[in-house]
Design a protein around this ligand. Structure first.
Ligand code: HEM
Length: 410
């Protein structure tokens, strides 16, 4: 990448650096040049203003671990209620704002967290482990029967889909269909769905959730949907959008960390052997998978009052983007940031965000990854890439469109 080093913005509210390249442009993130770009910004503690374009109101960008952590700290004067990703429009705000967990704040956010949190907590791990082990065994068996597998399409989406069905309380009889739909909506583009687009598949899931909500209104159980309904404060629509939050939160990110685990085993072959020899490394390896893959590329907030972050003045009402994937490769926190170190400790990555909106599904994601790494380290000898990874064209999700591999089994 030949772009010159950027001049850094001078401090002071009137001296905004106007950067002409729109950092919301998804084409910037389809190649690994993004790491060179972020490295330059992180090393220079850059603060960059992108003019209105991909985001109608423009936005500030922060990259270093220190700046992004400061923005996400519980005391920082920022809100998610207008939206939490590039593309939000202050004139046409997200109608989920103040109703959906990830875009609500204050008392309502706490109330939703208290209702939804127990369904995603570590306490549910023993129940979910058997679902996971069954799914992972099936994945491994299927892969063993194939010469080559595109893990981005056929493996990554399956585990999160099964787990989200379990969390939401989808009856067993409906799960195969829901898992297929979720796989299709979040990356699989299953050919058995003929011409259905991923957007239509997502709508089908929401229709299904709506039917589930009607059914649970009549016959409540002890599942997430019934808990949200019987609380009495949420309308059926509120229940729907919060199920959608869990659906997207659980699928859109985890599938890329799962796919990335195969990429890691190919790029750093010693890791597979290290985990085979020493299963005690599994926990630190899981954190490193989340840091290295960093599927949640950014989060956005809007300043609720004038604030200074890392010497940059930000005015009330201005949107600010924290690039989590850049901060997770900040060499000041992570020596050799592009290397995968299974035993990296400390590993204060921001892959799950930070502060009040820290990922509510982090415990589940960790369990999914741990079980996967455990099984692969026992069964697999090596992973070969059949072609270079194809990256998603997205400024929000750092993820794989395609990762075709051939496995060597033990
Ligand atoms: C929030 C990342 C897995 C559900 C978040 C946030 C990040 C994130 C960065 C913060 C968003 C913000 O600050 O605006 C990830 C990554 C995952 C993962 C990298 C996997 C590797 C999951 C799973 C679930 C889930 C498995 C559920 C099944 C949620 C929910 C929130 C959230 C409900 C909103 C929390 C709140 O606003 O209080 N996630 N996530 N996530 N995530 Fe995850």
């Amino acid at each position: 990448m030949n772009r010159p080093l950027l001049p850094l913005p001078a401090n002071g509210p009137e001296k905004k650096l106007v950067f002409t390249m729109d950092l919301g442009n998804p084409d910037l993130y389809t190649t690994e040049d993004r790491f060179t770009m972020w490295q330059e910004y992180v090393a220079n503690d850059a603060k960059i203003w992108s003019e209105p374009g991909s985001s109608p109101n423009g936005f500030w960008s922060l990259f270093s671990h220190q700046d992004v952590s400061a923005m996400l700290s519980p005391k920082a004067p920022f809100t998610s209620e207008h939206g939490m990703m590039i593309g939000f429009d202050a004139q046409n705000p997200d109608n989920a704002g103040g109703r959906m967990l990830v875009v609500s704040e204050g008392k309502w956010h706490s109330a939703l967290k208290r209702l939804i949190g127990p369904f995603l907590s570590r306490l549910r791990a023993p129940e979910l482990e058997s679902v996971l082990q069954r799914e992972i065994k099936e994945i491994v068996e299927r892969m063993k029967a194939e010469d080559a597998t595109d893990v981005a399409l056929e493996v990554g989406p399956r585990l999160p889909a099964a787990i989200v069905c379990e969390v939401i309380g989808v009856p067993l009889s409906d799960r195969p269909r829901l898992i297929e739909l979720t796989n299709h909506a979040f990356g699989g583009e299953d050919s058995s769905f003929n011409k259905m687009t991923s957007g239509v598949a997502h709508s089908e899931i929401l229709f299904y959730f709506y039917e589930l909500i009607e059914e649970r209104t009549k016959n409540p159980g002890d599942d997430l949907v019934s808990t949200l309904l019987t609380d009495g404060r949420l309308s059926a629509d509120d229940v729907l959008i919060n199920c959608n939050n869990v659906l997207i939160g659980g699928n859109e990110t985890t599938r890329h960390s799962i796919t990335g685990a195969f990429h890691i085993f190919q790029a750093f072959p010693e890791v597979l052997h290290a985990l085979q020899d020493d299963p005690e490394l599994l926990d630190t390896a899981v954190e490193e998978v989340v840091r290295w893959t960093s599927p949640a590329m950014h989060v956005l907030r809007v300043a609720t009052e004038d604030v200074t972050i890392g010497g940059q003045d930000i005015r009330k009402g201005e949107p600010v983007v924290g690039w989590l994937s850049a901060a997770n490769r900040d060499a000041r926190l992570f020596p050799e940031p592009h290397a995968f170190r299974a035993d990296r400790k400390p590993n204060r990555h921001l892959g799950f965000g930070n502060g009040p909106h820290h990922c509510l599904g982090a415990a589940l994601a960790r369990i999914e990854l741990r079980e996967l790494l455990r099984e692969l380290s026992q069964e697999a000898e090596a992973v070969q890439l059949n072609s270079d990874p194809r990256w998603m064209r997205s400024n929000l999700v750092q993820g794989y469109q395609s990762l075709p591999v051939t496995m060597e089994w033990r």
